[in-house]
Design a binder for this molecule. Structure first.
Ligand SMILES: Cc1cc2nc3c(=O)[nH]c(=O)nc-3n(C[C@H](O)[C@H](O)[C@H](O)COP(=O)(O)OP(=O)(O)OC[C@H]3O[C@@H](n4cnc5c(N)ncnc54)[C@H](O)[C@@H]3O)c2cc1C
Length: 439
């Protein structure tokens, strides 16, 4: 029996769950998506799509759709700037611009230029258009999984008391994943041992550009993203709605942010705070920063939670159940690489579950090969993201921003060929005698 006849369930319809549904569909594998919310949606304005993500989205036939939907003004600006990018960043005009790094202090001198991208809602919209609405089920919050009493397949239990059955369950249910609790066999513990607060928070708000100017801000944020670098703090500022709004994301981290010090999350992930609290956190910073922060209306404070310690390959999959996206490797957001890692997971799952040699009897071995390959790759990106935070927050062991080091962090992420993971997984499966080497 091929996997085409197996019932596949994707739990969670965020960017990774939807990309997974599209990837499975492309390979002829029918999947149902169970989403906790009443509709598909994304919080926040920006998502970074590097070359690795672009390759995958192109292969899935979604990239053109994203470009068509992308804001034309920003697309043109990114295209012009894209001509200056290195080999890892070519062919991504339409959704990319540059990050400019300034000192957050004193006169805010320019430290360096690095690339960045935006358009989270555009990305989500394009994915939704490629998912069969008949296979999307809303208000279906998974509470737990159990093996089917017959011994064949899984039962997915939802908060509303209903259940669904599936032969394969793919958990794309985000950083607080319920499916992760099943695959790591930790559902009975009161605290998820893999969910940690990273000792990093960020304040977020959209500030009208006209308001910032009236408050004395001098920088033009309408054309490119800016990173203000300081001690244990940095700000990410980028244009939204053709530059009429500035998306302000102001990070603050503990001076000792080593993962060993990460603790279980104590606070709710998002809280409303006062502008005074934000300003107090940036006391002593230069006028451009304090003027901008004073314009934040109803700022929110986000606790950045991560998956730590990393899920070992043997715990990524349990029988016919596995995880992807933040559920598997939620990371610090400092390289804007988290979503793209989930896309790489989704792409490989589509390729492997739709593979001509995958069938009902070997699918669990196939999921284990998926886990072995994706563990190594995503953990490398997890570590690079942590390192980037150390650089932006002045804990890199040198002052300023070393462009060569930053470029190498990005290159590891962006220069990953789309089909490299499939080749690696096939090698494992051939070595284990699960797949035959095709001539
Ligand atoms: C401040 C910040 C900035 C970031 N910036 C970037 C960036 O620029 N670029 C980038 O690539 N990444 C960025 N990230 C990370 C990125 O947002 C995540 O890696 C990405 O959204 C993960 O996608 P996901 O689909 O795995 O999880 P999510 O986006 O969390 O989606 C999970 C989905 O599952 C649903 N769900 C949850 N629980 C259940 C359940 N029990 N049952 C059913 N459904 C459920 C949720 O409603 C949601 O729709 C940032 C993160 C933060 C915090």
């Amino acid at each position: 029996m091929s996997t085409q006849s197996l019932r596949v369930a994707v739990v969670g319809g965020g960017v990774c769950g939807l990309t997974c549904a599209v990837a499975l569909q492309k390979h002829g594998v029918d999947a149902q998506v169970y989403e906790a919310a009443s509709q598909f949606g994304e919080i926040g304005a920006g998502v970074d799509l590097g070359r690795n993500a672009i390759n995958i989205l192109s292969n899935l036939g979604v990239y053109e759709d994203i470009c068509t939907r992308a804001n034309q003004v920003e697309a043109a600006a990114a295209k012009e700037l894209g001509a200056r990018l290195g080999p890892s960043h070519q062919g991504i005009d339409g959704i990319r611009g540059w990050f400019r790094f300034h000192s957050g202090m004193g006169e805010h001198e320019v430290l360096s230029d690095i690339l960045h991208g935006v358009h989270r809602a555009v990305f989500m919209d394009a994915l939704v258009q490629n998912v069969d609405p008949a296979r999307a089920h809303f208000k279906k919050r998974c509470t737990h999984l159990s093996e089917h009493p017959s011994g064949k397949g899984m039962v997915i239990h939802f908060q509303d008391g209903t259940t669904a059955e599936a032969d394969i369950v793919l958990g794309a249910d985000g950083i607080k994943s319920v499916v992760r609790r099943y695959v790591t066999d930790t559902a009975s513990l009161s605290v998820d041992p893999h969910l940690k607060f990273s000792n990093t928070i960020c304040f977020r708000s959209l500030v009208p550009a006209s308001k910032a100017k009236a408050a004395g801000c001098k920088f033009d944020y309408s054309e490119r993203a800016v990173c203000m670098v300081g001690e244990n703090r940095h700000l990410i500022l980028f244009p939204v709605r053709s530059g009429t709004l500035i998306n302000v994301v102001a990070f603050a981290s503990d001076p000792d942010s080593s993962p060993e010090k990460f603790s279980p999350p104590a606070l709710s992930a998002v809280q409303h705070v006062t502008t005074e609290e934000v300003l107090a956190s940036y006391e002593g910073w230069g006028p451009e920063v304090t003027n901008l922060l004073s314009c934040m209306d109803d700022p929110t404070k986000w606790s950045i939670n991560v998956v730590y310690p990393p899920i070992q390959p043997e715990n990524w999959s349990r029988g016919p159940v596995t995880i992807l996206g933040d559920a598997a490797h939620g990371m610090l957001p400092h390289l804007g690489a988290g979503a793209a890692q989930g896309l790489e997971d989704a792409y490989l799952l589509g390729q492997l579950l739709g593979h001509s040699q995958t069938n009902a009897t070997n699918v669990e071995a196939v999921l284990r090969a998926y886990a072995a390959v994706r563990h190594i790759r995503s953990h490398g990106v997890w570590q690079n993201s942590k390192r980037a935070g150390e650089i932006w927050d002045g804990r890199a062991g040198y002052s300023g921003v070393n462009v060569d080091e930053v470029r190498s962090l990005y290159d590891y992420i962006f220069l990953h060929p789309a089909d490299a993971d499939l080749e690696a997984a096939e090698e494992i499966l051939i070595k284990d005698g699960v797949f035959a080497r095709s001539s």
